[in-house]
Design a protein around this ligand. Structure first.
Ligand code: MG
Length: 159
């Protein structure tokens, strides 16, 4: 049986923060606010993984009042979510995602992001999709107030 899970996340830009996406630190002059490293792409992927096995969301498993995850590298969050998939008897088939932001340009960093996520997910890079789009200057994303990401995971389960 195949199951799919969906994830969505958004973070606002803030001063004095590094921008980390897919585990890659991207020079941009400002980063995303959050309790962890605020890696919006990785958070959306973690929620997709949790959704595929009917688990509760990232906020339940990694609560932002937990001091042990302050400033955590979010690749560790996605690794733990992938471990929950395995523990549930699931086999991750692929994960796809889309980053939505007006800036910065994501293209030059996608190969490194894919390599990072493939490593922590135990997947071939061809099974990790990372795409990016702008929001055509519409709404909060279009005004550059923050970034958002969506993700979909497919998991094979015995039943
Ligand atoms: Mg988040």
């Amino acid at each position: 049986m195949f199951r799919s899970g969906i994830g969505y996340d958004a973070h606002r830009f803030g001063e004095g923060r590094k921008l980390v996406l897919g585990g890659v630190e991207i020079p941009h002059g400002r980063g995303l606010e959050g309790h962890s490293d605020a890696d919006v792409l990785t958070h959306a992927m973690a929620d997709a993984l949790l959704g595929a096995i009917g688990e509760r969301d990232i906020g339940h498993h990694f609560p932002n009042n937990d001091p042990t995850i302050r400033g955590i590298n979010s690749l560790e969050i996605v690794r733990k979510a992938a471990n929950l998939v395995t523990a549930a008897g699931g086999k991750l088939i692929n994960i796809d995602s889309c980053l939505i932001a007006e800036a910065p340009k994501i293209g030059p960093h996608i190969a490194t992001m894919k390599a990072n996520l493939a490593r922590v997910l135990g997947l071939d890079e061809r099974r990790v999709g990372i795409k990016a789009t702008t929001n055509e200057r519409m709404g909060f994303l279009g005004r550059g107030e923050g970034m958002a990401a969506t993700a979909v995971a497919s998991v094979e389960m015995p039943g």
